[in-house]
Structures are given as structure tokens and as C-alpha cells.
Design a binder for this molecule. Structure first.
Ligand SMILES: NC(=O)c1ccc[n+]([C@@H]2O[C@H](COP(=O)([O-])OP(=O)(O)OC[C@H]3O[C@@H](n4cnc5c(N)ncnc54)[C@H](OP(=O)(O)O)[C@@H]3O)[C@@H](O)[C@H]2O)c1
Length: 284
């Protein structure tokens, strides 16, 4: 079986490649914009903005892991790419969406899902919560943590962060067994409901450093992101909105998708923090 993984250098794609490579008889085609060598093989070049790169990557593929372009035309490009894949004989697609999309009802998110669902391929939708790895792999948060000051607007609101390794395992299971997972829409979360202050405290303890959580108003947060962190205006507004959903308590529930698919509990936040601290990711 040959499986195509988009965004294979990303936080989830890398874990999907890892999980697929641990299964005998699976030929993984890992792709991203950059191309070149990766830990688990070689990347093939695929660029959402270069349509000549699309047909070669779907050739001979049975199933595909989809991460959208995160651009304003994401739904249209997903629709076109899904059609290209279907015409090339790809039969099953596993789409990374987000659980936030369920609480927010953002039309863009729904349009991406619907582009895949109407492609003619069978599909599985994954809706994870915020990733634990935003604290270790996303410069914005990791750099703030190293500086000892994690900033946000979520207050006492709690989020059940999920380990991207669990998303990789769920995606691999869904890609390799379409019969069982076709038509399923999985909500995926970690087991622990945490505030950002809880997260900062756990990281500080594990890393042996001081990390304070600072609560800001929405307006100050946008200014902080743009002026101090170099975040673009639209992303700053988007982040402020999703922090707001946490503050309002919309995300404060756990979901059982990991256990439903894998038959085991999702990884704990404390375990992730211990491992990341041992690897020195917050060592500065
Ligand atoms: N962060 C969270 O907590 C969270 C929670 C739930 C859902 N999500 C969803 O996760 C998605 C992001 O997935 P991720 O975190 O796994 O990815 P990511 O870490 O943001 O990495 C993006 C991946 O996409 C590739 N890429 C970027 N631009 C591309 C282009 N023009 N053409 C082809 N490939 C391109 C990158 O490849 P290069 O190496 O070439 O740049 C990289 O492999 C978003 O849709 C978001 O809504 C995120």
C-alpha cells in the first residue's frame, strides 16, 4: 500500500510518517514545499502554489493524509487537489481539521471538510484540540517560554492539549484501514484539561526554570503579537479569537477519539513535558 503524506515536515505530518513507517509493507511518500532528506526518508516536493507539482505526488497512491494550505483559498485548492487525487486513483483521504472548527462554525473550515467529503474518495476527518507541541515546536510559544513569559488571553479557560504523536497514530490507523474508518469524524483530545497558566507551571517545573503566564486583554495581545513577535495581523487576530474560545470555556471538555481508534488512552501532558524538557527544548 502506498500512502501520500502532505505537510510531512509539519507537527502532525512528521508523526504520520513515523507511524506509517513502523508498519510493514507500507510505502510512504512524504511531501512538502521544501523537498530533501528527512529523518525517516526523503521528501518529495509538493507546493500548493505550484499546480505542476500535484499530479506527480498522487501517482500510484492508495490513500492520502491531507493538511490544507492554511491560505485564504484553502477550500478551493483542497477541492481541486482532491479531484486530482481521485482522478489518479487515490481511494481514501484522511483530513486534518480541528476541534475548534466545531465550536467556532467558521465557514472556511467547513468548506475544506466539505471539499474532501464531496471528492468521490472515501474520507476520515480528524478534529484535534490544541497540540501539546505548540509549546515545544512553535517558535512563538517556545521562544516566549525560554524568555520566561508565556502570554495569552485565555485566563481560567481550560484546553485538553493533545500530543501530535497520538494524531499521527490515529491518522496512520485511519489511512491503513479505510473500511473501518471511512465516513468517521473523530474528535481527538488529550486527557488533561489545563489552563495556559497550568501549562506554564508544568513546563517551569520540568525544565527547572521560571515561566510565568501573563494574561492580556485582546487588544494588548494583538499588539504584543504584531509588535513584539512579528506575527502578521490576520494571524494575530485569528489567534486572539481562538484564545477567546478557550477563555469562554468552549473547549473545556475531553473527547474520546484516540481511545475509539487506538483502543488506548491518549498521552498525558506531564509525560510530554518531561520528555521535551529532557531533550532540552526550553534550554534557551
Ligand atoms: N496548532 C494547533 O494546535 C492545531 C490544533 C488543531 C488543528 N490544527 C491544524 O493543523 C494544521 C497545521 O498542521 P501542522 O501543525 O501539522 O502543520 P505545520 O506544523 O504548521 O506545518 C505545515 C506543513 O505544511 C507544509 N507547507 C506549508 N506551506 C506549504 C505549501 N505552500 N505547499 C505545500 N506544503 C506546505 C510545510 O512544509 P515546509 O517544510 O515545506 O514548509 C509543513 O510540512 C492547520 O490546518 C491547523 O488548523 C492545528
Amino acid at each position: 500500500m502506498r500512502v501520500l503524506v502532505l505537510g510531512a515536515t509539519g507537527k502532525t505530518g512528521r508523526q504520520v510518517v513515523r507511524a506509517l513507517n513502523s508498519v510493514d509493507g507500507v510505502d510512504v511518500r512524504a511531501v512538502s514545499r521544501s523537498g530533501g532528506p528527512i529523518e525517516d526518508g526523503t521528501l518529495v516536493r509538493f507546493d500548493w502554489d505550484d499546480r505542476t507539482s500535484w499530479a506527480p505526488v498522487v501517482d500510484g497512491v492508495d490513500a492520502v493524509y491531507l493538511v490544507d494550505s492554511q491560505q485564504s483559498d484553502a477550500a478551493q485548492s483542497m477541492s481541486d487537489f482532491a479531484r486530482t487525487a481521485k482522478c489518479a486513483g487515490v481511494s481514501h483521504a484522511v483530513l486534518l481539521s480541528s476541534r475548534d472548527a466545531v465550536v467556532s462554525h467558521r465557514p472556511g473550515d467547513a468548506a475544506v471538510v466539505s471539499a474532501v467529503q464531496s471528492s468521490g474518495m472515501t474520507w476520515t476527518v480528524l478534529r484535534p484540540t490544541w497540540f501539546m507541541q505548540v509549546f515545544s515546536e512553535w517558535d512563538l510559544f517556545r521562544d516566549s517560554i525560554v524568555e520566561g513569559r508565556l502570554v495569552g488571553t485565555s485566563g481560567d479557560g481550560r484546553e485538553p492539549f493533545i500530543d501530535t504523536r497520538d494524531i499521527g497514530d490515529v491518522a496512520a490507523a485511519s489511512l491503513l484501514d479505510p473500511e473501518r474508518h471511512a465516513g468517521k469524524d473523530y474528535q481527538l483530545s488529550g486527557p488533561d484539561l489545563l489552563t495556559f497558566a497550568d501549562a506554564a507551571g508544568s513546563i517551569a517545573q520540568a525544565a527547572g526554570t521560571e515561566v510565568d503566564y501573563e494574561q492580556m486583554t485582546d487588544q494588548d495581545f494583538v499588539a504584543y503579537l504584531v509588535e513584539r513577535r512579528g506575527v502578521g495581523g490576520p494571524l494575530a487576530a485569528d489567534l486572539t479569537q481562538v484564545f477567546g474560545w478557550i477563555r469562554e470555556g468552549r473547549n473545556a471538555h475531553v473527547s474520546d477519539g484516540v481511545r475509539e481508534v487506538l483502543g488506548r488512552a491518549p498521552r498525558r501532558f506531564t509525560d510530554f513535558i518531561q520528555e521535551a524538557a529532557a531533550q532540552g527544548v526550553w534550554a534557551g
